[in-house]
Design a protein around this ligand. Sequence first.
Ligand SMILES: C[S@@+](CC[C@H](N)C(=O)[O-])C[C@H]1O[C@@H](n2cnc3c(N)ncnc32)[C@H](O)[C@@H]1O
Length: 264
Amino acid sequence: MKEYFETNKALWDQKVDIHKDSEMYDLQRFLKGKNMLNSIELEGLGEVKGKSILHLQCHFGQDSLCWARMGAKVTGVDMSPKSLALAKDLNEQLGLDVTFVESNVLELKDHLEGQFDIVFTSYGTYTWLPDLSQWASVINHFLKPGGIFYIADFHPVIYMYDHPKHQLAFNYFNSGKPYEEINEGTYTDFKAPIKHKEYFWCHGLSEVMEPLLSQGLSLLEFKEFPYSPYNCFEDMEEVEKGKFVYNPKLSIPHVFSLKMKKEL
Ligand SMILES: C[S@@+](CC[C@H](N)C(=O)[O-])C[C@H]1O[C@@H](n2cnc3c(N)ncnc32)[C@H](O)[C@@H]1O
């Protein structure tokens, strides 16, 4: 696995400079106070003031910092040092007190102590992980009894498409092996001058939910959304403000959310 994770770390390090200047991340307006979180997760989690949040795979921390601006005590985790360097810089510029921890999410028990009211992760997370049993065990470990796990992420169905070709190309279920791809550009700019190798894994919805249920978490809410709040796959159309779809003629799931509770 080491080779896969090292390759992906280099991939994410390479993306940071492009992402920080992108329209999608809109850093200037974020710094002036714009809340970058989407209605999906804002409504899903509700009031976070005074709560402790562990944000897994936080990239350069924009969403972590937004939860902190809403009054939460936030710890963000990512394995990309360049992402975290920018996250820490933004935290300082904004005078916030988010803690950022560099770690592979699957090895977090070796790098962090404590338990949290909420474990949160969103948009582009589980596909980078080979083993969701280990992921679920990390989530359960860091949740306080009575705590909430919340994920809003791209639906495994939308990951089945080769977007530029408009064809079904990838598995729904995990085959046990990663896909290896060499891609140009990134989701904020498909023509960005970067080229990189990446490894990713497919996981169906049952593969996401089952390990969490096996840890003893109970399901509070499961939702599917026929749009993405991000214009992040090639050739999407904005059907309503902030709602992007892959093919307006087909109602297909783009995003799902899951809210689970660790029993007392
Ligand atoms: C698409 S971003 C997360 C999305 C986040 N909502 C955002 O856009 O700001 C994916 C993040 O996962 C991180 N990542 C990928 N694999 C990881 C792993 N095994 N452990 C920790 N972080 C990982 C990457 O470094 C990257 O920052």
